[in-house]
Design a protein around this ligand. Sequence first.
Ligand SMILES: [Zn+2]
Ligand SMILES: [Zn+2]
Length: 151
Amino acid sequence: MDKDLKYFKGVIESKGHLFTRQKQSLLQLLIESDIHLSAAEIQKNLKEDPTSIATIYRSLKVFSEAGIIREINADGTGYYEMKLFSGKPMHIHFRCQKCNKIIDIDSKKIDAEYLKLNMKIEKDNELEIYDSNIVFVGICSSCKSESKCKK
Ligand SMILES: [Zn+2]
Ligand SMILES: [Zn+2]
């Protein structure tokens, strides 16, 4: 088990949960994936270690509550990505309404603005932000050029 997984195991166990083989495979999948996965996609990817969707949702809930993963809710479907050790700061998401893809907005400048916005909200309201979840919805660049071609 690598260092990160061992750390996650410790976090999960400290919250009173078992770090089962399924939980380990699920986490491994999220660590290796560079896209945001829904529970159904996770289940499809875990076919070597068949896991019921209910178990997947339960594990995802445990991981979210422990702050290990982040859930991005888009149109009633949850998509998941690593939060701890992901190497990515809080970032803004975009969801394409046509292909349903969730994209990370990768821009240092926007990340800085986003952080500033978070800090302003904290200051103005005297609260502390741990995470935030902004999803812009529209049409992605590949769907956009596709629809242009058809016209
Ligand atoms: Zn698209
Ligand atoms: Zn993301």
